[in-house]
Design a protein around this ligand. Structure first.
Ligand code: NI
Length: 214
């Protein structure tokens, strides 16, 4: 089954119910792995090639244009959001930071945490640089922005729903809230739904790293 056959409007809107529905959709749509462990709460395990993620070209928070090739060889923990988000994005990034802080330094250093903005208009590289430096967020968090087209293409590749809500400068961006774990080859390894605890995320990352090293 192809996720692309699902129209954009069918992706759920509200963050809470949305992530649950998105997770259910992913569980249904992603090929179940042979002999895979049953998914734990808040986590969808993925086996085989899933049609999520792919090539991208975006602008890093230091202003340098980067592509997926710049991240090869390191697993990426990716979150899509925006720096003006009042609650959902900071909460998710704090959970990512908390989870990564629970890993041994050597394990932590292998994972590249990434925030891809869904609000390139306000999230300039300078704004992203300020935001990702928050000590509450994962150490070494890389912020990626770009043109509207670059950001929209990345969101499409990860099947991320987003939509501007409200008028003027204070608009919000409704968006899917899912943490994606990509392996060293850039293939989707796991997705973590909104509400995944730092403990569960840390445990899953640890297990992933042990398996990937083999
Ligand atoms: Ni948000």
């Amino acid at each position: 089954m192809d996720l692309r056959k699902i129209p954009v409007w069918a992706w759920p809107l509200a963050a809470g119910a949305a992530t649950l529905l998105a997770a259910l959709a992913l569980m249904i749509l992603l090929e179940p792995g042979r002999g895979a462990e049953p998914p734990r709460a808040g986590q969808v395990q993925v086996s085989g090639r899933a049609d999520i993620g792919g090539p991208f070209e975006l602008v890093r928070h230091d202003g340098v244009t980067v592509t997926e090739a710049d991240f090869r060889g390191r697993p990426m923990l990716i979150y899509f959001g925006f720096t003006h988000c009042p609650d959902i994005c900071p909460m998710s990034l704090v959970i990512m930071g908390d989870a990564m802080a629970r890993l041994e330094p050597a394990a932590r250093a292998r994972i590249q945490p990434v925030l891809i903005t869904l609000d390139p208009e306000r999230d300039t590289p300078e704004q992203m640089a300020l935001y990702v430096a928050s000590p509450a967020f994962p150490e070494g968090l890389v912020g990626l922005t770009g043109t509207e087209e670059q950001v929209a293409a990345a969101a499409r590749a990860w099947r991320v729903y987003f939509s501007r809500a409200g008028e003027g400068d204070d608009y919000l961006v409704d968006h899917t809230s899912i943490i994606y774990l990509m392996d060293s080859d850039g293939e989707l390894a796991s997705v973590f739904t909104h509400g995944t605890t730092p403990e569960a995320l840390a445990e899953a990352l640890q297990r992933f790293l042990e398996e990937e090293r083999v």
